[in-house]
Design a protein around this ligand. Sequence first.
Ligand code: B12
Length: 143
Amino acid sequence: MKVVTGVVGNDIHVVANRLIDLSLKARGYEVFNLGVNTYLEEFFDACVETGADILLISSLNGEAEGWSREIKTLKLRYKDLDDLIMMIGGNLTVGTGDPQTIVPKYQRYGFDLVCHQIDLNTGLDMLQDFIAKRDYSKQKESA
Ligand code: B12
């Protein structure tokens, strides 16, 4: 499966991005890594160009909270992204945040998987479970 990844906004924290790239490749994904300082349009353009199955966004300085509000409206401008799995993780707010508030907020923005301060491997396990469940329900629908 193809994954587009990167760090959203004016965020230069690069270490997690490198680890995510390596970990995704180790799990067999084909990775298109846009690196740090990436804007939403660039993520969606790359998803269309590569035919990505998954968009995995990181935010470490918490800027994602501002950018993510625009996601639903922006995504409507793109065709063929209906099946795109949208995942976000890292530090999803500025300062300390309570996951019980943060997770539903990002789900309303349109993310399928929200990993606020969740360890990378746990997050990638969640992604695998999500894909397995989605494939299973698709199979059931077509049976
Ligand atoms: C190193 C560092 C810097 C370096 C970055 C160097 C570089 N080019 O990477 C420098 C000094 C430049 C820097 C600058 C700033 N930083 Co800084 N930085 C750090 C620090 C100390 C470590 C980050 C790091 O590399 N960790 C190692 C990696 C491996 O861990 P990680 O980033 O946490 O990523 C893991 C998880 O988050 C997770 N993860 C990440 N993304 C995703 C995505 C998914 C889907 C999943 C499942 C998991 C996941 O997996 C990763 C691997 O386990 C942290 C504090 C800390 N101890 O974490 C602050 C920290 C991230 N920085 C912070 C801040 C505020 C800043 C500045 C704004 C400071 C300033 N006032 O100038 C600037 C921002 C500049 C910018 N434009 O982005 C804050 C962010 C706070 C917030 N969100 O509210 C932190 C948390 C420090 C703090 N406690 O206040 N920083």
